[in-house]
Write a protein that binds this ligand. Structure first.
Ligand code: ADP
Ligand code: MG
Length: 397
C-alpha cells in the first residue's frame, strides 16, 4: 500500500506547502482547452487539500516542447477552466516553473490558495531527471503529491527526482483509484472476465496482453492487431497491417487458447481516402484491400458476449480506424456493449488514450463505466507487471 493524502488528520495540511504533480496534458486550440477531462479528474485532490488549508503548487507538463519554451504549449489556458471548476478558490498562474519569481510568489501563498506553474518540459532538465532542477522544485514544498498516474512510468524530475527529496510523498485520489482498479484487473479480476483488445500495435502491449489473456475467460480481438493474428492462421489479409515479428507469438497463443475470438468479417477499402469503395468481406481479404473495421457479424457476436457478462470487462484498443466515421461502427458497438455490461453489474474498465476518446463520443456521464483509465502507456506497463518509478517512490504505509 502506498501512503495517500487521506492517511493524515485534517489539520495536518493547514498552512503547509504541497507540490502536486498533475497531468494537465490536455488538447488546446486557439488558446482554449478542448477537452477538460484530465482537469476535472484532478478536482477531488485539489479540493481535498485546499479545503484543509494547504497552499497548493501545481506542476505539470503539456506536449513535447523539447526543453525550450513554446507559446502554444503554455499551461496558461488551463487556468480559466480550473477556475470555472473551482469557482470559490483563489487560483493563480505564473509563467515559469523555477526561479526567483516563482519562489517569491510561493512565499506569499495563502492557506487554501492554488498556484499553477508553467510547463515543466520547457526545461530539458525535467525529462533528464536533473538533480539541481529536482532540488529547486522540491524546495517549494514540504509535501509531494503524485496525482498523475499517466506519467508515473517516466523517471522524470517531477515524477521521481522530487519525491526522493521530500519526506512526505503521497498518492492523490485519482492515482489511488487508478491503482485500485488496475491492480484488481492485473491480479484478481472478477470472473467471468472478458478482455476486449484492439488498437494499433501488439508491440506496445505485449506484456499486458500476455498477462491478461491468461486471466480472461474470453478474449475478443479487433483493430489493426487482429490482422497479425489472422495472418498467423494463414488467412489472406490483403494490405492490412501485419507485425511480422509477432506472427509466431500470435500463432503460439492461438494454438493454446481456444478462448480467443478473431473477427469473421471486415470493412475494407483500397486506402483511407477511397471511402466510396468500402466493401464488407468475410475472412479472406482481397489482395488490394486494407481492413479498417470489424464487420457487423463480428460486432454482434462481441456485443452479445460483452453485454451478457456480469464479472469484468476490460477494453483497450479501438476495433478499427474509428477517427473516420465510416470505420467507427465496430468501436462504437463495443462502447454500447460495455455500457450495457455495467448495467448488468459487471465491472467495466476502459483504458488507452484512443479507446477513451472513442468512449467519450458516446457516454454522457462517467458513471456509465466503472473506471476510465487515463494512464495509457503507464497502465499497460503496470498491468504487464512492471514497477513504475513514480509509484515505487511513494512511501509505503
Ligand atoms: P489506445 O490508445 O486505446 O491504447 P492504440 O493506440 O493501441 O489504442 O490504437 C489506436 C489507434 O489504432 C487509433 O488511431 C485507430 O485508428 C488505430 N486503428 C485501429 N484499428 C485500425 C485499423 N484496422 N487500421 C488502421 N488503424 C487502426
Ligand atoms: Mg493510443
Amino acid at each position: 500500500m502506498k501512503s495517500s493524502i487521506t492517511n493524515f488528520q485534517d489539520d495536518f495540511y493547514k498552512g503547509k506547502k504541497v507540490l502536486v504533480r498533475l497531468d494537465f496534458n490536455v488538447p488546446i486550440s486557439n488558446g482554449e482547452v478542448e477537452d477538460d477531462f484530465r482537469i476535472r479528474s484532478s478536482i477531488p485532490t485539489l479540493e481535498y487539500l485546499s479545503r484543509r488549508g494547504a497552499k497548493l503548487i501545481i506542476i505539470s507538463h503539456l506536449g513535447r516542447p523539447k526543453g525550450k519554451p513554446e507559446s502554444y504549449l503554455s499551461l496558461k489556458p488551463v487556468i480559466n477552466r480550473l477556475q470555472s471548476l473551482l469557482p470559490e478558490k483563489k487560483i493563480d498562474w505564473i509563467d515559469e516553473c523555477i526561479g526567483f519569481k516563482v519562489e517569491n510568489r510561493i512565499q506569499k501563498l495563502q492557506n487554501g490558495e492554488i498556484l499553477l506553474l508553467e510547463n515543466l518540459r520547457f526545461h530539458s532538465e525535467e525529462e533528464k531527471n536533473d538533480e539541481k532542477f529536482a532540488q529547486s522544485l522540491a524546495s517549494y514544498a514540504e509535501i509531494f503529491v503524485n496525482d498523475a498516474f499517466s506519467v508515473s512510468h517516466r523517471k522524470h524530475a517531477s515524477v521521481y527526482g522530487v519525491p526522493t527529496l521530500l519526506q512526505y510523498r503521497l498518492a492523490g485520489l485519482q492515482l489511488q483509484k487508478e491503482l485500485k482498479y488496475l491492480t484488481k484487473i492485473r491480479d484478481e479480476p472478477e470472473h467471468p472476465f472478458v478482455l476486449v483488445i484492439g488498437g494499433a500495435k501488439i508491440r506496445d502491449k505485449i506484456d499486458a496482453l500476455q498477462r491478461l489473456i491468461d486471466k480472461a475467460e474470453k478474449v475478443l480481438v479487433g483493430g489493426a492487431i487482429a490482422y497479425t493474428f489472422l495472418a498467423s492462421k494463414g488467412y489472406s489479409v490483403g494490405k492490412s497491417p501485419v507485425e511480422d515479428d509477432y506472427i509466431s507469438w500470435a500463432a503460439e497463443i492461438l494454438e493454446k487458447k481456444e478462448k480467443i475470438l478473431l473477427p469473421e468479417d471486415h470493412f475494407v477499402a483500397p486506402n483511407i481516402d477511397e471511402r466510396n469503395s468500402i466493401q464488407l468481406v468475410g475472412n479472406e481479404i482481397p489482395s488490394d484491400m486494407i481492413g479498417f473495421d470489424i464487420g457487423p457479424k463480428t460486432s454482434q457476436n462481441y456485443m452479445s458476449i460483452i453485454s451478457s457478462t456480469n464479472g469484468t470487462v476490460f477494453w483497450n484498443g479501438p476495433m478499427g480506424l474509428f477517427e473516420i466515421r465510416e470505420f467507427s461502427h465496430g468501436t462504437m458497438d463495443i462502447v454500447i456493449a460495455t455500457i450495457l455490461a455495467r448495467l448488468r453489474g459487471a465491472e467495466t474498465i476502459v483504458g488507452g488514450g484512443d479507446s477513451v476518446s472513442a468512449l467519450r463520443k458516446i457516454i454522457a456521464n462517467k458513471s456509465e463505466v466503472s473506471h476510465i483509465s487515463t494512464g495509457g502507456g503507464a497502465s499497460l506497463e503496470y498491468i504487464g507487471g512492471k514497477v513504475l518509478p513514480g509509484i515505487e517512490i511513494l512511501k509505503d504505509k
